[in-house]
Design a protein around this ligand. Structure first.
Ligand SMILES: C[S@@+](CC[C@H](N)C(=O)[O-])C[C@H]1O[C@@H](n2cnc3c(N)ncnc32)[C@H](O)[C@@H]1O
Length: 311
């Protein structure tokens, strides 16, 4: 392991906003037989981790926590928790929250599979899934699969929103089909958030916005500068299909916050998609029977994994 990572791990131990539970704190049992047990923070995040009680929003698979930090700055009336398993990525968000003395931000280092151990029923108001790995061949590892949605439902308040922002057309279409299969309310959606052509964004099937995908380090979006230009809020709402259920602040955040992975894939020419939905209360959540996984895998094509410089 490099010195940079070791230094970050050591500094992580000093951040009051970062919770890093040991496996024994959330698992009981031995070997392959284990069960989740409640973490002491379950049901107590507001009193123990933040400077005031407020509705709680999670960012799952937050990486460096761009949404967690930015949303917390924009919305001081909410508390935010970024969750990821990678300590070196969480370091960046936790460092920023610490330096800026943010009282409405926390980070949790854990596997999202264990998330029900950390939150009590109705403790969470909203969930963001930001550029999650599409898990093309492993539905049960997909963060918007029935398995994960059932976990989230254990602690999401009734009517709580799930926001999915992704560069993966496969993941977008899969989650959309799942919402339709289960009659979940879809509150906002775009297959191409930053499209130049407002009239036709839903007709194209390729996830790439023109070819070739690479046209220089700072290019993307069909040669448009990245990040994209600000637009009037009505234009943004039109791109989302109206999005009447979302506040102005929520709409602005969808367009204005750009994560590390969003920046990387946008510069490669991939379209950025967004879906906001509300899970229902029926007992079961079904996999989407109409989803053509082979087709959407072929549309997705190979990805170019070119990391951005670690600024
Ligand atoms: C593609 S990255 C996106 C990071 C960030 N949201 C962004 O947009 O830049 C996916 C992140 O999810 C995390 N992740 C994936 N599966 C996870 C799991 N089961 N539990 C915890 N973290 C997970 C990874 O560690 C990684 O940081």
């Amino acid at each position: 392991m490099g010195h940079g990572k070791l230094r970050k791990f050591a500094e992580n131990e000093t951040f009051a906003c970062l919770v890093q539970p040991a496996a024994e704190e959330v698992l009981s049992g031995r070997g392959r037989e284990f069960a989740l047990k409640d973490h002491p923070l379950k049901g107590h995040w507001n009193e123990k981790m933040f400077d005031a009680p407020r509705p709680i929003v999670l960012e799952l698979g937050c990486g460096r926590g761009e949404y967690t930090i930015d949303l917390a700055r924009r919305n001081p009336d909410y508390n935010y928790i970024g969750v990821d398993i990678k300590g070196a990525r969480l370091w960046r968000g936790a460092k920023e929250a610490t330096l800026s003395k943010m009282g409405n931000v926390a980070f949790l280092r854990t596997r999202i599979e264990f998330i029900p151990a950390f939150f009590a029923p109705s403790e969470v108001a909203e969930i963001w899934l930001t550029f999650s790995d599409p898990q093309l061949h492993h539905e049960n590892s997909r963060l918007s699969s029935p398995l994960f949605l059932k976990r989230y439902r254990e602690f999401l308040a009734p009517g709580g929103l799930i926001h999915l922002k992704t560069d993966s057309m496969f993941l977008h279409q899969y989650t959309l089909a799942l919402c339709r299969e289960n009659s979940f309310s879809i509150l906002a959606r775009s297959e191409d958030l930053y499209s130049e052509d407002m009239a036709e964004p839903h007709r194209r099937s390729s996830p790439l916005r023109g070819s070739p995908p690479f046209s220089g380090a700072n290019a993307g979006l069909c040669g448009q500068p990245y990040p994209p230009q600000a637009e009037a809020r009505e234009t943004r709402r039109a791109r989302l299909g109206g999005a009447e259920a979302l506040s102005d602040a929520q709409v602005d955040a969808i367009f204005e916050v750009h994560t590390y992975y969003e920046t990387m894939f946008s510069r490669q020419g991939y379209r950025i998609t967004y879906l906001c939905f509300c899970i229902g209360t029926s007992d079961d959540i079904l996999s989407p029977s109409s989803f053509d996984a082979d087709y959407w895998r072929s549309v997705e094509g190979p990805r170019h994994s070119v990391a951005l410089p670690d600024l």
